[in-house]
Design a binder for this molecule. Structure first.
Ligand code: AMP
Length: 533
């Protein structure tokens, strides 16, 4: 397991690099090492000189030797530039299932992607939760070998890819090994999972508490908007995994009821979203409370600069990056996208007409996205007045009401749901037939996430979007998404212009690419505090 300090100072980095260079030299061809030693080099030159004088002139083989030596020096220099001074060589491998793995020292046989659950050699207890799956999902098969060997890990994968178990099973394995190897059986948390939203935290908790039952791994979920009492009791009774949103977690730490000093497995889920929501100070403060010897896992849908900085600060210098289906951020081709340009005041009538078309049976799942929590309540009331059975989730509601609404939607009791982006982010909602964007989101990336709620698991879906003149700054990006997916681009959308502001878009330009330091910094979304922590 890598040893990490919260902030690796320059001198520490230099020492690390020197150590690594030394290791590299040890592994090199002895001839090459000899050429690098100045003392030996002098001796060798002297010997060569003597030989030249015996022969009277420098022969051909001598010239060849020099040439070889020069070439080797050049290769060494090149290698050093490539390695960027932090050891190992960057390697990239692409698998058949559209997964790209990159990082240093990734080709060891122990890091081979798993073809079956059995190959992981994990206990039956840990694999019990996977017994209904035929094989590991691509993110699981490519993450477990690294995570089970203690590597720090960056996963670019979406909810629905099986990423909860991708980090959850190695986390539990880590916990069980630690508890076995130390006499300390006192249950202070060993693993922390940070999530941007309450619903995602709850979803992770549901998966992990189920998966942990056979092996006795205990989890607790902490988030705001609900009483602290039961969360404090659970923490006091002893838990292995703490899953939570940054705001509530920080509160509980400050109250002294949540101790993280033993946490040696840390997961940041939806890291990009967490920073987008302005939680960076809380995340930093929480991470600094965990053990300095820890394994860090970050999952993110995109890789903007702020997330990259966080990873550099808190992760081992050589994390592994696994990108699942890099085109996942492009719109899903199984979704028919319809974009309609219309006026603000025309939206209510149009929504009702669309529901009569798409939700005729009143049994199929339809998800309506709005932007603001007040808008969610207004649209919900408007539809209820007109006789539609509808529920909503937004930051305006008490957590209990949000959980209930989501449950009613999931179990089909109320298959029409109004949601804000923040509340719906990351939720695994099955079988949504139609997504209606009543309001266009703040970013094109959110648009792609929204419409990705339908057309899942090989099914076809429809995404019907209202676009207003207030949204015209995003017309260029939306047109690109539509074109890329082979969808119709309405003329009145084209009239808003096709210009794309590259740096502002996370979808175009920032996905897993280096971005310049002057890219805009994330700020907390503050409209009426749709604050989900
Ligand atoms: P996620 O939210 O990314 O953890 O994905 C969760 C969904 O993926 C759930 O519906 C799981 O039942 C499903 N899932 C997890 N692992 C697998 C697997 N190996 N094969 C098929 N489905 C899986």
């Amino acid at each position: 397991m890598p040893t990490i300090t919260d902030s690796i100072t320059k001198s520490e980095k230099k020492t690390k690099n020197k150590d690594h260079k030394r290791k590299l030299q040890d592994q090199q061809d002895p001839d090459l090492v000899e050429q690098q030693s100045p003392k030996k080099d002098k001796k060798k030159k002297k010997k060569d000189k003597e030989q030249v004088s015996v022969n009277g002139s420098e022969d051909l083989s001598e010239k060849k030797k020099k040439k070889k030596q020069k070439k080797e020096e050049e290769i060494k220099k090149e290698q050093e530039v490539k390695n960027n001074g932090d050891g190992g060589v960057d390697e990239v491998r692409e698998t058949d299932d559209n997964v790209v793995v990159s990082g240093k020292d990734i080709s060891d046989v122990k890091y081979k992607a798993l073809k079956s659950f059995a190959e992981s050699k994990l206990s039956d207890e840990l694999l019990e939760c996977c017994k209904n799956f035929s094989k590991p999902s691509p993110i699981q098969s490519n993450s477990w070998p690294f995570l089970l060997h203690g590597r720090d890990f960056i996963g670019i994968a979406k909810t629905g890819s099986g990423k909860t178990l991708a980090f959850g099973i190695p986390a539990m394995n880590h916990i069980l090994n630690k508890r076995k190897n130390t006499a300390n059986k006192k249950v202070t948390p060993l693993c922390l999972v940070l999530s941007p939203t309450r619903e995602l935290a709850q979803q992770i908790y549901d998966v992990l508490s189920d998966a942990g039952k056979p092996s006795g791994v205990r989890s607790v979920c902490v988030y705001g908007g609900t009483s602290k009492g039961p969360q404090i009791s659970a923490l006091k009774s002893g838990v292995d995994i703490v899953i939570g949103t940054p705001g509530r977690l920080k509160d509980l730490i400050e109250m002294g009821v949540c101790q993280l000093q033993e946490v040696s497995f840390v997961v940041l889920d939806e890291a990009d979203r967490m920073l987008d929501m302005g939680f960076e100070p809380e995340v930093r403060s929480i991470l600094s409370k965990t053990s300095s010897v820890r394994q860090v896992v970050m999952f993110s849908a995109t890789w903007p600069l702020a997330v990259n900085q966080l990873s550099q600060e808190f992760m081992d210098p050589n994390p592994v990056k696994v990108v699942v289906g890099s085109e996942d951020l492009a719109a899903n081709h199984d979704v028919m996208q319809i974009v309609e340009v219309l006026e603000d005041r025309a939206r209510d009538e149009r929504l009702v007409t669309l529901l009569e078309k798409y939700h005729k049976s009143r049994r199929n799942r339809v998800l309506v996205f709005v932007l603001y929590k007040k808008e969610a309540s207004r649209v919900e009331n408007m539809l209820q007045r007109r006789g539609w059975k509808v529920v909503s989730i937004s930051g305006d509601k008490q957590q209990k009401a949000r959980t209930e609404a989501l449950q009613l939607f999931k179990d089909g009791t109320s298959p029409l749901l109004i949601a804000t982006d923040v509340a719906a982010r990351g939720l695994d909602i099955p079988d949504v037939e139609v997504v209606i964007n009543y309001s266009f989101p703040l970013t094109t990336e959110d648009y792609v996430h929204r419409i990705g709620r339908t057309g899942r698991a090989g099914k076809k879906g429809v995404a019907h979007t209202f676009f207003m003149k207030e949204n015209k700054a995003l017309s260029g990006e939306l047109i690109n998404v539509l074109r890329e997916a082979g969808q119709n681009v309405p003329t009145n959308l084209l009239n808003f212009g096709t210009h794309v502001k590259k740096k502002e878009s996370k979808l175009y330009g920032a996905h897993f690419k280096e971005i310049s330091a002057d890219a805009p910094k994330a700020t907390k979304i503050t409209f009426d505090s749709d604050n989900e922590d």
